[in-house]
Design a binder for this molecule. Sequence first.
Ligand code: 3AM
Length: 177
Amino acid sequence: MSNTSRLFFALWPDTKTRQTLAALSQTIAAKDCTWVSPHNLHLTLVFLGAADAETIKQAVAGMTAPPFTLTFDRLSYWQKPRILCLTCRQPAPNEALILTSALEKAAANCGLRTDTRPYTPHITLARHADYLPEAKIEPLIWRAESFCLVESCSEAEGVRYQVIAQWPLVNNAVNPD
Ligand code: 3AM
């Protein structure tokens, strides 16, 4: 592929949700970890890696999927990637699984390999974490009404995520295939 960037599909929080997430991060008493900057807070759907943005945009152009709601009500520590993340006690709703599997299919159609593990919605709050701190989590309800293609840009200050395309999630959605 020519002209590739580091890309992923995500749900991008609205301003209020971003502020709530940033404020929530500040209430967690974890030491020696790196907090995700408020601008970068997001919910990854499918990580693509190096890919051509125009090719990816074309691959999802005719795709439709319904909106859904996620309730993040638990702080989790994932040992292998060493992240602290918000997760949902309830299993992911079917609509979220429909969306991620449609995006994985679009990625595969572009010749990309994606994560084969079952999708677990999570919002990474901190990296380089070593333990799960005590925390009281007020449930955060996230209504997903659109999904995004995001570029991970390396800058002098670190990585900055940039939304480069966004598509609505619509009810009664039917995919052409
Ligand atoms: O949603 P989070 O923040 O956990 O960990 C990376 C981040 O996920 C993940 O993609 C998101 C945006 O960078 N990521 C990075 N490299 C990855 C890889 N090689 C990866 N996910 C799967 N495989």
